[in-house]
Design a protein around this ligand. Structure first.
Ligand SMILES: Nc1ncnc2c1ncn2[C@@H]1O[C@H](COP(=O)(O)OP(=O)(O)OP(=O)(O)O)[C@@H](O)[C@H]1O
Ligand SMILES: [Mg+2]
Length: 302
């Protein structure tokens, strides 16, 4: 049986054994949400940061994994300074807990940089060592948000397929929509993902958001076994760009900008749903997936 597919088909558990809200922390590892896109620059990092801010305000402890290999993203948007990243952990210079930086509202960031792609090349002993360190960290968070890179690389797909929930971000621009579709096709056909949330960013009107979602949903319904849940649109807003420039996205956006208000509303709905559903413990952790992705690859090939 295809291991990767099994990860997702075993995820349809909808028992509600816990209520949403502050203090509903899981001792069985955090809920994992990946924020991803086909095309770059569409708003993944801002979506992640706004999601984290709302989760903190709801009382959850949050860690963001910056899964973007090309550019440091999250630390810049949050205005925190990362001294190390996972590469230094792999090289044995520091332990995982030493690389975490704390940002506004106590949001914790794991600056991974290019270290993430090196995770699958470790020896078994190194992998176990990292997993042990990660398990200790996992116990401290209710929510792990993964800000993935753009596109359909192996690392991006592994991050997405190991999350409990995937949020796809696109803009109404044709290129962004085409790339979002390509990403969803790979998620559905190669990774067995059956459901994603879709957020349309930088819209000129609510209508534009809805039309973008309808188009993607229409094509997916025809050609993919994938349910797309449209969670809403975020308007293009010059104040959003300004708050990023001033590194005040986390503290100002949700109160000061229309974009931030839209993100807040969407995040609140998503989080309420996420924490109202019991976590499927048969799900392999994101870290295990990354560390053992070679094994997963051969499982896919079989
Ligand atoms: N709703 C919005 N209104 C105005 N500007 C926006 C909005 N969303 C994003 N932007 C602009 O787009 C830029 C890119 O956003 P962001 O960094 O979140 O994208 P990304 O998908 O993470 O990019 P990358 O693929 O490079 O990691 C922001 O710095 C901001 O200037
Ligand atoms: Mg980014």
């Amino acid at each position: 049986m295809n291991q990767v597919r099994q990860l997702h088909t075993t995820r349809a558990n909808t028992n509600t054994d816990r209520s949403a809200g502050a203090g509903a922390s899981t001792k069985r590892g955090p809920r994992v949400v990946s924020i991803t896109s086909g095309k770059g620059g569409v708003g993944k990092t801002l979506t992640t940061v706004n999601f984290a801010v709302v989760a903190r305000k709801m009382g959850y402890s949050v860690t963001i994994l910056d899964g973007d290999l090309g550019m440091a993203n999250v630390d810049i948007v949050l205005g925190v300074q990362a001294r190390y990243n996972i590469k230094e952990v792999l090289d044995g210079h520091v332990s995982l807990k030493d690389i975490i930086v704390e940002g506004p509202l106590g949001i914790r960031v794991i600056p991974s940089g290019s270290g993430i792609s090196g995770l699958s090349n470790l020896t078994c002993v190194q992998k176990q060592n990292i997993l042990d360190q990660i398990n200790q960290l996992d116990e401290q968070s209710d929510l792990l948000l993964i800000d993935t890179g753009a596109g359909i690389s192996e690392t991006v797909m592994t991050l997405n397929s190991s999350a409990d929930h995937v949020v796809v971000v696109t803009t109404p621009e044709p290129h962004a929509m085409t790339d979002a579709y390509a990403l969803m096709k790979v998620l559905s056909e190669e990774r067995g993902v059956r459901e994603v949330s879709l957020l349309v960013n930088q819209t000129k009107s609510p209508d534009e958001g809805q039309k973008t979602a309808d188009r993607l949903k229409g094509v997916a319904a025809k050609f993919l076994r994938l349910e797309i849940n449209y969670v809403g649109h975020v308007p293009a807003d010059v104040l959003v760009a300004r708050s990023v420039m001033q590194r005040r996205a986390a503290t100002e956006q949700s109160v000061m900008t229309l974009g931030g208000q839209a993100w807040s509303q969407i995040s609140r709905t998503l989080l309420t749903d996420l924490f109202a559903t019991s976590k499927d413990d048969s799900n392999t952790s994101v870290w295990q997936s990354l560390l053992w992705s070679d094994a997963m690859q051969s499982a896919v090939a079989r």
